[in-house]
Ligand binder design. Structure first.
Ligand code: C2E
Ligand code: MG
Ligand code: MG
Ligand code: MG
Length: 289
């Protein structure tokens, strides 16, 4: 052979890296352009109270449709937006879109949660706090209308993240640890960053009812979360059997195709029975008293 295989492989790897870097640069440029051209919109996926079947809130999921009709998924463009710093402007846009989509609805439903995904960078830096303050001020929504989702894989500075979490909690905004179980989450991690909700990652829900070892792990995750008195949301629930298992094991909330795919906010409010806090009529005592 004229050239050793290792060198050829090396050249192939270098070429791939160059190609990826170039794709990333063009995607970043396209993202900036898309912000000016208003190519983003949100879909809302219902979050269901397993016991009553009622909708307690929704996760806002970002969508990008190019003028040529092509849709690009968040799994592709969010990482690029994070690496290039464009994410902060995207989050601003998400908050504007939430306000436009929900209109006066939130002001009338203080117990309805909109969960929004916040990049670790914007969370740790504390940039998210004034952004949310401005949103609350101009939209008339209550702090209880918001749940901030952060993924444990990307939170690196626990000390800083904890400070921000406390600022949000002081306002009455809940924080949820997304994709739980896929990162370095450990008991000590959860102790340092005592979030309000855990979102159990879809990979664990998928394993329920199978013989995979993961199906055992999900029971331990649920048990641990219950010990820590954390509220749990299961993500990616696709079958009734999974929903039944989760409810039996004490998971309160679920999200997934079984209940509904991400959709327009109007469609969501027209389709689902909304959860309401138990009413106590005036002059009447609650039977719990
Ligand atoms: P995520 O926050 O974990 O969102 C859940 C993802 O699971 C969504 O994918 C949702 O459409 C999908 N999903 C929900 N139920 C099911 C199910 O039953 N089966 C299956 N197979 N999938 C289900 P999506 O919308 O493609 O979002 C992917 C990720 O992109 C999100 O994961 C989140 O990390 C990120 N993302 C989305 N919107 C935003 C945003 O506005 N800001 C930031 N920073 N990240 C976002
Ligand atoms: Mg999420
Ligand atoms: Mg998630
Ligand atoms: Mg996920």
């Amino acid at each position: 052979r004229l050239v050793p295989g290792g060198i050829l492989a090396g050249i192939a790897v270098a070429a791939t890296i160059l190609l990826l870097a170039r794709q990333q640069r063009s995607l970043a440029a396209a993202l900036k352009y898309a912000l000016r051209r208003d190519e983003f919109y949100l879909q809302y996926q219902p979050i269901i109270d397993l016991a009553s079947g009622h909708c307690v809130g929704a996760e806002a999921l970002l969508r990008w449709r190019r003028p040529n009709g092509e849709s690009i998924g968040p799994d592709l463009f969010i990482p690029v937006a994070e690496q290039t710093g464009i994410i902060t402007r995207l989050t601003e846009r998400v908050l504007e879109l939430i306000q436009a989509d929900t209109g006066a609805f939130l002001a009338r439903a203080p117990h309805f949660h909109i969960a929004l995904n916040v990049a670790a960078k914007d969370f740790q830096s504390g940039r998210i706090v004034p952004m949310l303050d401005r949103f609350l001020e101009r939209s008339g929504a209550a702090p209880s209308n918001l749940t901030v989702e952060i993924t444990e894989r990307t939170v690196v500075d626990l000390e800083k993240a904890r400070g921000v979490l406390l600022q949000l909690r002081a306002r009455g905004i809940a924080v949820s640890l997304d994709d739980f179980g896929t990162g370095y989450s450990s008991l000590s991690y959860l102790e340092a960053l005592d979030v309000d909700h855990l979102k159990i990652d879809r990979s664990f829900i998928e394993a329920i009812g199978t013989r995979a070892p993961t199906s055992q792990v999900v029971q331990h995750i649920i048990a641990m979360a219950r010990t820590l008195k954390l509220c749990m949301v299961a993500e990616g629930v696709e079958s009734q059997a999974q929903a039944d298992f989760l409810e039996t094991h004490g998971v309160q909330y679920a999200q997934g195709w079984l209940f509904g795919k991400p959709m327009a906010f109007n469609e969501l409010t027209e389709t689902y029975r909304m959860w309401e806090p138990p009413k106590v009529r005036s002059g009447e005592r609650s039977h719990r008293e």
